[in-house]
Design a protein around this ligand. Structure first.
Ligand code: MN
Length: 732
């Protein structure tokens, strides 16, 4: 039995651990205020009433790590409702914001959930309105409900059932939508305990039994995984747990199974530092245990709407015991456990500027509900919180969310106004559609643009659903920015031409210009500049197409230079000095010079290589088959900068290099790839996968290997994966 003072001290200690700068003076004042306001009130179990707000504040601090204002509001949350204290009192003694928070929580407390659906939902709506005003109101309210559920045993059976039903139907789903899994689970389990005591007892008894039986197994798995992570040099936290009762209950109910037939009761979690490590760990897990087909889910590539990200897989351990493994980064973990609260926390810390965007959907959801019919509203909330939004994919696999009823026009303008303004056709899931096609969740939308597009038509304003698209279309009509485009386009074109060692004038003089324009299919030079300026084509691409003309000019330079008496060439060093190599590289004639590996072709020991003396950054090492090192690409004035380099006898243990895999899109492709990476003792350093317009997947991965031999093995093994069409080392 702890005293009230000890409980309060515990609260302060909890807060201090994550927020030493909290306003303890005011928090203490709030505690004192609550003590005297609730003087003479008692809870059903006989304890002073103030133990309840104190416990709620403890939850707000311990589980959600919220700010001082939230903790004060939690301490005061029942004072307006249940004591003589008023909004004005709290505003005067604490702050108007805190008074508003307390008032907000009180309003929710006053809400009566009757059995009549419409009324119930009308209240729900009020609750959500409060949420829009300040998300902290809902966070304190959920904490309040959690404590009430934890102490529900002292209530009457009717009250237990009623509160549990509300919690299951309203609070747990809200906690889920906000991404607060931990609180959601506890709310569900506590509700289940009163809604179906028999079912609850059956499950918890079996879980307790299994807990003892599985203890050794779980410890073994944890150790096995931890050891392998250490071996692979991956920093990670590994822990296992039995699944929580309600998730098992739901599975039994949905699949009409008895508890002993429920597939997996154990879940492991591996928390690592980087996204690349998530896939490294996946490979390690699949190397250690036999994966169950069809159970892999990549919520990192495709996050859930509540922003949940993780890799899930189910594997079978010793004795045929299956278990689930969830792999995620620390940040993903915080979001998964505490959801919006985690974002709130980051924002408090002042680190996460722009976090608003992450929970912007809460606000948008609420705004869109305004004026909606109460019955319709609850329908959409129960069925789908996101009924007024639609989530679609770009061809690259990015998820774009748009208002419900959005069309390809909205999509195009969301990507970029230049894409919208130059759209000539739209494809959904590979098929051409009309511009007024209504996008559906999961559609892959692709927009075809043309530099000769006429621009948007006036009708588009009526078809578009988003104000963003409409305003961009109007903008286009207001003024086509041709003049501005010409100026910008010209600047990028000239810069790009100069980079090739040619003066822009040489390409645009009277002799060459007609040929250049003809090749690029523009009528005038201004048209070309304008196209570059609005992004219809890049300067790099234009110059690429003019390669022939540029080379011709360069040859003319060389011809002119050859007629001049040549300057003395630097003498090659008589004897290459075989000094110990920097980063495993020996540069002919130079010792201990700065060496770096070019990003374009990422050479590894065993590759044929060549060096380039950069201006101020030492020697950059390329593969001889890298297009950037190709003799015909070398600028004549830089001929003396290309030098011989070779690999030293002793090289570093690891070199980073890039691989590209093109494969048919299929489930578990990433699983197989990460298994190969892991089983060849290679490691991901970076990873990116996207769907190409033709529907295959391009996986670009950064791996660290010892030498070209190991790399060849990795490439051969990757090539053997079913569905893989090409494995290559990108260069250039
Ligand atoms: Mn309360």
């Amino acid at each position: 039995m702890t005293t009230l003072q000890e409980q309060y001290q515990h609260l302060e200690d909890t807060i201090r651990a994550y927020n030493p700068a909290a306003n303890f003076e005011q928090i203490h004042a709030a505690f004192d205020f609550a003590v005297s306001a609730h003087e003479g009130q008692f809870r059903k179990d006989g304890s002073p009433f103030v133990t309840h707000p104190l416990a709620v504040a403890q939850i707000v601090a311990e589980e959600l790590h919220l700010d001082s204002e939230s903790i004060i509001a939690a301490l005061l949350h029942d004072t307006i409702e249940d004591t003589a204290a008023t909004h004005a009192d709290i505003a005067r003694l604490f702050s108007p914001t805190i008074a508003d928070l307390v008032e907000g929580v009180s309003k929710l407390t006053r809400v009566q959930y009757t059995s009549k659906e419409e009324e119930q939902m009308e209240n729900l709506r009020k609750m959500l309105m409060a949420m829009a005003k300040d998300i902290r109101v809902i966070l304190v309210k959920i904490s309040d409900r959690l404590h009430n559920m934890r102490t529900m045993e002292y209530q009457t059976p009717e009250k237990q059932k009623q509160k549990s039903f509300e919690t299951m139907e309203i609070y747990a789903p809200i906690a889920h939508r906000l991404g607060m899994q931990k609180m959601k689970w506890e709310l569900e389990d506590l509700s289940l305990k009163y809604l179906d005591p028999v079912g609850y007892r059956e499950i918890t008894e079996v879980l307790e039994e299994k807990a003892a039986e599985y203890e050794g197994f779980m410890a073994g798995v944890q150790e096995q995984i931890s050891d392998r992570l250490q071996e692979a040099g991956v920093d990670g936290i590994v822990y296992g747990r039995l699944k929580h009762p309600y998730s098992i209950y739901r599975k039994m109910y949905a699949q009409n199974k008895r508890i002993n037939d429920v597939f997996d009761l154990i879940a492991f979690r591996v928390i690592v530092d980087t996204l690349a490590d998530c896939y490294n760990v996946l490979g390690i897990i699949h190397d250690l245990y036999h994966p169950v087909l069809g159970r892999f889910k990549d919520y990192i590539g495709t996050p859930k709407p509540n922003m949940y990200q993780s890799l899930h897989t189910t594997v079978v351990g010793a004795g045929g015991i299956p278990f689930e493994v969830q792999i995620r980064t620390r940040e993903m973990h915080e979001v998964a456990e505490y959801g919006v609260a985690a974002h709130w926390k980051y924002k408090q810390g002042g680190q996460g500027a722009g976090d608003e965007k992450n929970y912007e959907w809460v606000r948008r959801l609420l705004e869109n509900q305004e004026g909606a019919d109460a019955e319709d509203f609850i329908h959409s909330l129960k069925v789908d919180m996101f009924a007024d939004e639609v989530f679609v994919f770009t061809p690259l696999g990015d998820v774009i969310n748009l208002p419900a009823g959005a069309t390809p026009i909205d999509f195009a303008y969301t990507i970029h106004s230049a894409v919208g303004n130059h759209m000539v056709a739209a494809k959904v899931n590979g098929r051409i559609v009309q511009f007024d096609y209504k996008l559906k969740n999961g559609d892959v939308v692709e927009v075809e643009t043309s530099q000769s597009a006429h621009g948007p038509s006036r009708d588009w304003i009526k078809i578009a659903r988003s104000s963003n698209a409409r305003s961009k279309i109007r903008q286009w009509f207001k003024r086509e920015r041709r003049d501005e485009n010409i100026v910008n386009g010209r600047a990028s074109f000239e810069a790009e031409v100069k980079r090739c060692g040619v003066s822009p004038k040489e390409l645009t003089n009277e002799d060459t210009l007609p040929q250049v324009l003809k090749k690029l299919s523009y009528n005038t030079l201004d048209d070309l500049y304008a196209a570059i300026g609005y992004g219809g084509v890049t300067a790099l691409k234009v110059v690429g197409r003019l390669r022939e003309e540029i080379n011709q000019i360069i040859r003319q330079h060389q011809g002119a230079a050859a007629e001049q008496p040549t300057e003395q060439q630097p003498k090659p060093a008589a004897e290459p000095r075989r000094a110990h190599g920097e980063q495993g590289i020996i540069v002919e004639g130079l010792s201990n010079c700065l060496v770096k590996f070019s990003k374009c072709c990422t050479p590894v020991p065993g590759d044929d290589i060549v060096g380039f003396i950069t201006r101020g950054y030492g020697v950059s090492v390329h593969r001889t088959d890298c297009p950037n090192a190709a003799p015909e690409r070398r600028r004549p004035e830089e001929a003396g900068r290309w030098i011989k380099v070779s690999w030293a006898d002793k090289t570093n243990p690891f070199y980073q290099t890039t691989l590209e895999v093109i494969a048919k899109d299929r489930p578990d492709l990433m699983v197989d790839i990460s298994t190969v990476i892991s089983s060849t003792k290679t490691q991901f350093r970076g990873l990116n996968a996207r769907v190409t317009p033709d529907g295959s997947v391009l996986v670009t991965m950064n791996v660290s290997v010892t030498d070209a031999g190991q790399l060849r093995t990795v490439m051969r093994r990757l090539d053997q994966i079913s569905g893989v069409m090409k494995v290559s080392r990108p260069a250039g």
